[in-house]
Design a protein around this ligand. Structure first.
Ligand code: NAD
Length: 277
């Protein structure tokens, strides 16, 4: 059975597959094989970044797949040491060359990196890159409620904000601000990056009752909230399992029970954007 992947409409009119495949910490030497397996499993949305150093492998897998370009959704990200118009343009060109593509579907500023100065000129350049067709949509990553206002102040509204978000770290303030502007949230680390034992929480109980895995319950909870996710796994059986989360339906009570796992900022498992440069 092939899973139908739901899509969402972005505030720029484009559509995005709500469930994709992330390649953070996928070894560059293994990336082509792993992304090929993900495409074979049915994924059509791949999330990479310049700093992952595996854009070439993603590009080779895309080229070898024979899948029509317009059936794929490819995201990459600008690293923190590239700021300002000239650097942003150069970095975008390097990413496209490595990916072997003439455009990406989504280009993100990877982190606010406040120690590196304002992102305004960089963000205005993103809008130019979009007008020029080098990226179809533009967005930001790790811009929580402390950092999103600087971007919004330009009058150019991101389509996406990609932030750490999982049951014990639900980012309610950032999510509320994004919703005011119809910015869709992409949840990175949707499974807690394997650093949280969610099977020992109510998620494990729900999974047992429904006869599915804790990872599928967690992903289904994200999808039900209208978030976009791209869990990472090097293992084919988990790629298939994670994609099948699109078939899992949770009750309102189950969703409320998972919502109650939020610990606010104490639930964060990775870097605080205020410190990450
Ligand atoms: P994740 O929550 O997807 O966790 C990945 C880990 O979960 C795997 O290494 C594996 O150990 C485990 N896992 C995966 N599937 C499983 C399953 N079915 N059952 C049990 N365990 C399973 O974390 P992530 O990879 O950090 O995040 C997903 C993607 O988000 C990344 O690959 C990347 O594309 C993106 N990301 C973005 C940023 C950013 O700063 N913008 C940061 C981190 C990740």
């Amino acid at each position: 059975m092939t899973t139908t992947i739901p899509t969402l409409q972005l505030n720029d009119g484009r559509t995005i597959p709500q469930l994709g495949f992330g390649v953070f910490k996928v070894d560059p030497a293994e990336t082509e094989r792993i992304v090929t397996e993900a495409l074979e499993a049915g994924y059509r949305h791949i999330d990479t970044a310049a700093i992952y150093r595996n854009e070439e492998g993603v590009g080779r897998a895309i080229a070898a797949s024979g899948i029509p370009r317009d059936e794929l959704f490819i995201t990459t990200k600008l690293w923190n040491d590239r700021r300002g118009a000239a650097e942003t343009r150069a970095a975008m060109g390097e990413s496209l060359e490595k990916l072997g593509l003439d455009h990406v579907d989504l280009y993100l500023i990877h982190w606010p990196a406040p120690a590196n100065g304002s992102v305004v000129e960089t963000w205005e350049t993103f809008a130019e890159l979009r007008s020029e067709g080098l990226t179809t949509s533009i967005g930001v990553s790790n811009f929580d409620e402390r950092f999103l206002p600087e971007v919004l102040g330009t009058g150019i509204v991101p389509a996406i904000d990609q932030i750490e978000l999982h049951p014990q770290f639900q980012q309610r303030a950032a999510t509320a601000l994004a919703a005011e502007h119809d910015i869709k949230i992409e949840a990175w680390g949707p499974l807690g990056q394997g650093k949280v034992d969610y099977s020992a929480t109510v998620i494990g109980e729900i999974a047992e009752r429904l006869g599915v895995s804790w990872a599928q319950v967690t992903l289904a909870w994200h999808l039900a909230a209208g978030r976009i996710v791209f869990p990472k796994s090097n293992r084919r059986e988990r790629m298939v399992e994670n994609l099948a989360a699109a078939e899992v339906t949770l009750s309102a009570d189950d969703i409320a029970a998972i919502d109650a796992l939020d610990q606010g900022a104490a639930g964060r498992v990775s870097a605080d954007p205020a410190d990450a440069n």
